[in-house]
Design a protein around this ligand. Structure first.
Ligand SMILES: Nc1ncnc2c1ncn2[C@@H]1O[C@H](COP(=O)(O)OP(=O)(O)O)[C@@H](O)[C@H]1O
Ligand SMILES: O=P(O)(O)OC[C@H](O)CO
Length: 495
């Protein structure tokens, strides 16, 4: 009998459901966009109700596409990480909208903590930096700004969770409050060496232990979906943050394997094996996965604006109607003629970590038009990748042999060629580019016993596009120098 796995992927701009059979074939898929709101400069929020309804609608749509008489035997949840929700345990209602990972409202608190010399100790335990990106300061912000929330949290009436926990709570009818190690590792409250919440960090960030979920391995049996939701119960046998799921989905299971996901942001991740590698270049050290009792760690560099720059071209400037138009625009000119976009719309991530930086466009002339700006937006993604690869190679002490890419932006082949050219490394794109869903399906297959080991399902990871770099070294160096100058000016302006 064929086995089926339902993969739910709740991302920053959309929710997805995909159903795989046990040969790795996709039998159903559905996707729904969700609206982000930007209530103030640097603030980014999502409505909890939209997160739930879009995810459950996608699941129902995908289930309706299954062959007659069949249903999945396991469910895996993967999610945008760090995004923070606090809800009422009695009703499941969030007390405030989800504060999205891109949100910078706690920048001042982070700056004060850095000035007080608290960053080194936090980094040592968590592998993370003191940046508003992570959940801890977002939790405190909600507890401090929603009337009565701190007192209610102390009385055990409120629950905190990243999006995985929030979905799990609602899928199980409020019966299970849990997360997995990869999501916990993004909160600034979790010791990645002991794999446990850390009391000293809870005190430092003023987060009461009463709000925290239980932490489990990625392939844990988390609970069962209540029958009212989809018409039958379904075991939830895996959870993992989306970048970690993509690492698994890209078959990056050996130390030195690297993938980069180009969605709303860009997320470069290298498997470093069973011991954490601490960065000397302001990259993050994080848990890659914990499966069958084994833990793997990763080095990660994230930049906050990749696809979001393209959304800005479409929704902010109105210079394109669809994201895919950027490819033709980039091909329509030979070069940007000195135009650079530094897409620091919500600050700069690794390796700069400047929450106050804001986006800048440099080198405009009367000849600059939509093609130059669109191409500069795509090029900025290549430069940001190159900056992170340089830092990662130094930290890990090895050369990146090739880069596996995925995410919504990899439909753009001009972009992939530019990335290959600027990092001078081969770029491989898988047949199924939704590797986040692939990864969580593999983990759910293991959690349910349908699959024995991650490698059993490497069948999922076939590559159908291989791009080799064009080596114009002189030109590449000139371009990179221009980018460095633009970056420096952006940071200078923001101080
Ligand atoms: N052909 C394309 N060229 C450039 N950008 C694209 C293209 N297709 C999609 N995108 C961008 O990719 C992003 C969507 O990727 P996705 O992986 O679904 O994001 P997320 O998981 O963060 O919600 C959007 O920001 C969109 O603008
Ligand atoms: O929603 P995505 O795919 O852009 O991923 C968001 C990341 O997990 C944030 O760290």
């Amino acid at each position: 009998m064929t086995g089926y796995i339902l993969a739910l992927d709740q991302g920053t701009t959309s929710s997805r459901a995909m159903i795989f059979d046990d040969t790795g074939a996709v039998v159903a898929r559905a996707q729904q966009e969700i609206p982000l709101s930007y209530p103030r400069d640097g603030w980014v929020e999502l409505a909890g109700a939209d997160i739930l309804s879009s995810t459950f609608d996608c699941a129902r749509q995908a289930l309706s596409q299954m062959p007659d008489g069949t249903r999945p035997q396991a469910l895996g949840i993967t999610n945008q990480r760090e995004t923070t929700l606090i809800w009422d345990r009695a009703t499941g209602e969030p007390v405030y909208p989800a504060i999205v990972w891109q949100d910078r409202r706690t920048a001042e608190q982070c700056r004060e903590m850095v000035a007080a010399g608290q960053e080194a100790g936090v980094m040592e335990k968590t592998g993370l930096l003191l940046d508003p990106y992570f959940s801890a300061t977002k939790i405190s912000w909600i507890l401090d700004h929603v009337p009565g929330a701190r007192a209610r949290a102390a009385r055990g009436e409120l629950a905190f969770g990243t999006v995985d926990s929030f979905l799990l709570w609602h899928l199980t009818g409020g019966e299970v409050h849990a997360t997995d190690v990869t999501n916990a590792a993004r909160t600034l409250l979790f010791n990645i060496h002991d794999l446990a919440w850390d009391e000293a960090l809870l005190d430092l960030f003023r987060v009461p232990a009463e709000v925290l979920p239980e932490v489990q391995a990625c392939d844990h049996h988390f609970g069962a979906v209540k029958a009212e939701l989809f018409g039958f119960t379904l075991p939830i046998t895996a959870m993992a943050g989306d970048q970690q799921a993509a690492l698994v989905g890209q078959n990056c299971l050996t130390a030195g394997d690297v993938k980069c996901t180009y969605g709303t942001g860009g997320f470069l991740m290298m498997n470093v094996g069973s011991e954490p590698v601490m960065s000397q270049n302001r990259l993050l050290t994080t848990v890659a996965y914990q499966v069958k009792g084994q833990t793997a760690y990763a080095l990660e560099g994230s930049f906050f604006s990749a696809g979001s720059s393209i959304q800005w071209l479409r929704d902010g400037l109105g210079v394109i109607a669809h994201a895919a138009e950027t490819e033709d625009l980039a091909r329509s000119i030979d070069s940007c003629k000195g135009v650079y976009l530094v897409p620091a719309f919500t600050g700069l991530g690794a390796p700069h970590w400047n929450p106050d930086a804001r986006g800048s466009l440099f080198g405009l002339t009367r000849d600059s038009g939509r093609a130059e700006i669109a191409r500069a937006a795509l090029e900025s993604i290549g430069y940001q990748t190159a900056d992170l690869i340089d830092a990662m190679q130094q930290d890990a002490g090895l050369e990146v042999g090739h880069l596996k890419v995925d995410g919504g932006m990899v439909a753009n082949q001009w972009l992939l060629q530019f990335i290959a050219d600027i990092i001078t490394v081969d770029v491989h794109r898988p047949r199924i580019t939704e590797t986040t869903s692939v990864g969580i399906a593999i983990l759910a297959g293991i959690g349910s016993g349908m699959v024995n080991a991650i490698r059993d399902l490497s069948i999922f990871c076939e590559y159908d596009l291989h791009i080799t770099p064009n080596r114009h070294d002189i030109e590449k160096n000139i371009k990179k120098n221009g980018w460095k100058k633009a970056l420096k000016s952006t940071c200078y302006y923001s101080t």
